[in-house]
Write a protein of this length. Structure first.
Lengths: 282, 292
């Protein structure tokens, strides 16, 4: 894992914080491997403090759901995890996010490389309108200058993964925006998967999907868990309960509770969490 | 229940009719004024065609102008000259305009951007003859003669502000989400700008550039004292060159009936060229967007 530019780095390598996994990936059920870890993460837009110090380790190859009322900072949080927050004008991030022990906000780190390792599916579908469906799937590879030896294969594989293949296989050269909202969202998921990121951040990926496509995406999340680390923002409690190993409850920019999903949903420790999941919330 | 529900949907008769009538009125006005706006356009086209097409023949495209007194001849040198002037102007004017526009749209926030934006706006409003005078003192006086170079620079100066502002505005229209999509895929900023933002805005930018080209292709005033005119073929970028607008002007104000006919023909040809330029640009761009 190297987030620093390939060009010769002048300074000494940043000391790696040791992730609790033995080199060589030992299989003993030792301490779980932390893939991504927020440490006192604070984010703001100008003077509006949106995240007020979030510390949250995320285990490798697990699904973590982020829930909480609208406007509590869920999107902002996941956007901080792959350095997308700072893209917005006036947006500032403080604190650290460790990917395999390395701070992605480190001075030597290239945000472009961070985003290649940590993929993102946005809350609103955003396929490229000037590209065809297949070129949208390949966009991350092609626009990065990677040569794709067998594009047709990649396109089919990724579109099948998101259950879009059967719907679009006869019109792969149509524009990416000619699809319905739900289809566009699945196309965007396929586009992220084509880059094979290690971590996939999904911001309400199913909010525009029908129950069948939602079920397919959830199935996909189950499949991906074997190799990927997934963080999913959702407003759908059932979905969180179905797909997530751990669940984090955010409230007004703070992490109120973070635990195993069944604990959060059956015996939460915080009153606020309980109120929220039972729908008793003002 | 159902007997109660029905009246809800029946708007009170008078208000509904009034709304309908207003709708028809406004619609009618829109159509009427659109037609009114088209009247001058079509009469110009009609008049040009009617008066000009008679003078268009092979000689018009292939021969040099004849001296006063001789009939016949053509405007081959002006046609080529106009093409050269406009081509050079594009070469000088489009790159800076495009790059300035991209800068303003993608990273232009501070004082420098404000200055550029303001300058471009002012420059866009400067009368073209002023630009001619400026280039006259800049190039014609220093080089000691009228030249194609000076003419092209004058036209380029006229193009830059239009190209800059169109590029900026159209790049700004590209939704922020598309840039984020690109950045989220781990693309560096410059690739996102070129391959996504610029690419998405390209059809509009191309149209804007075409309009700028069409505008300068018909400019006469700034050419009068930069490129001047030439009865013969131009033989070098540092020599005066004849152009269709200047030739039209010269012939139209002359006392000779034969020259008037040629001026009409030249005007007709100029308009057809500009039309073709516009249509091809649109077709090319549309073709690329649909992707096959
Ligand atoms: N561009 C912005 N400028 C200023 N404030 C912003 C901006 N975007 C978001 N905010 C503020 O940040 C807070 C958190 O927003 P965020 O989008 O992270 O919420 P969220 O939890 O994802 O909500 P939702 O469930 O509605 O998507 C909100 O209070 C919002 O008002
Ligand atoms: Mg959100």
């Amino acid at each position: 894992m190297n987030l620093e530019p390939a060009e010769p780095v002048v300074t000494a390598p940043t000391p790696k914080v040791k992730a609790p996994s033995a080199p060589g990936g030992a299989e003993e059920p030792s301490a779980p491997e932390v893939k991504l870890s927020a440490e006192d993460l604070r984010a703001r837009f100008g003077t509006t403090q949106v995240l007020k110090g979030i510390s949250m380790p995320i285990e490798a190859r697990t699904v973590t759901a982020v829930i909480g009322p609208s406007g509590c900072g869920k999107s902002t949080f996941v956007r901080c995890l792959n350095r997308m927050h700072e893209v917005a004008p006036g947006a500032v991030v403080e604190g650290r996010v460790l990917l395999d022990g390395q701070d992605i906000y480190g001075a030597q780190v290239d945000p472009v490389l961070v985003r290649r390792h940590i993929g993102m599916v946005f809350q609103k579908p955003n396929p490229f309108p000037t590209l065809s469906i297949q070129d949208n799937v390949l966009a991350g590879l092609r626009l990065n200058g990677t040569r794709v030896p067998n594009p047709a294969e990649v396109v089919e594989r990724r579109l099948r993964q998101v259950a879009l293949w059967d719907e679009v296989k006869d019109g792969l050269d149509r524009s990416g925006t000619s699809l319905s909202g739900g289809q566009q969202q699945r196309l965007c998921i396929a586009r992220s998967l084509a880059l094979e990121p290690e971590v996939l951040l999904m911001d309400e990926p199913c909010s525009a999907l029908d129950p069948i496509a939602t079920a397919r995406v959830e199935e996909l999340i189950h499949e991906l868990r074997a190799d990927y680390t997934i963080v999913i923002v959702t407003h759908n409690m059932q979905q969180a309960a179905r797909v997530a190993d751990t669940t984090a409850f955010f409230y007004m920019g703070e992490l109120v509770e973070y635990d195993q999903t069944d604990v959060i949903f059956t015996r939460p420790k915080q009153r606020k969490t309980e109120d929220y999941i039972t729908g008793r919330f003002g | 229940m159902s007997t109660r529900a029905a009246p809800l949907l029946e708007a009170s008769d008078s208000s509904y009719k009034l709304r309908k009538a207003k709708d028809r009125l406004i619609r009618g006005l829109c159509v009427a004024f659109t037609l009114l706006a088209l009247v001058p356009l079509f009469s110009v086209l009609y008049y040009l065609t009617a008066r000009g097409i008679g003078g268009v023949n092979l000689a018009f495209f292939t021969e040099l102008p004849r001296p006063v007194g001789e009939t016949g001849g053509g405007m081959a040198n002006s046609i080529v000259g106009s093409a050269q002037l406009v081509g050079l102007a594009c070469l000088f004017g489009i790159p800076p305009g495009l790059l300035a526009g991209i800068y303003l749209a993608e990273s232009g926030k501070g004082g420098l951007a404000k200055v550029i934006r303001f300058t471009a706006d002012v420059l866009a409003g400067v009368p073209s003859i002023t630009v001619g005078v400026f280039v006259y003192s800049l190039l014609v006086l220093t080089l000691g003669r009228f030249s194609m170079l000076a003419g092209a620079v004058a036209l380029a100066v006229l193009m830059v502000p239009t190209v800059t502002r169109t590029t900026e505005e159209l790049m700004r229209l590209v939704p922020e989400q598309l840039r984020e999509a690109g950045l989220g895929l781990g693309l560096p900023r410059w690739r996102v700008t070129l391959k996504i933002t610029l690419r998405t805005a390209l059809p509009g930018i191309a149209t804007g550039i075409m309009l700028a080209v069409a505008r300068v292709a018909g400019e006469t005033a700034p050419l009068l004292f930069t490129a001047f005119s030439n009865r013969f073929w131009n033989d070098g970028i540092d020599q005066p060159v004849s152009s269709l607008p200047v030739q039209i002007y010269t012939y139209a104000v002359s006392p000779f009936e034969d020259w008037h006919q040629q001026a009409w023909a030249a005007a007709f040809v100029l308009v057809v060229f500009i039309l073709i330029l516009n249509i091809t640009a649109r077709l090319l761009v549309r073709h690329r967007v649909k992707g096959r």
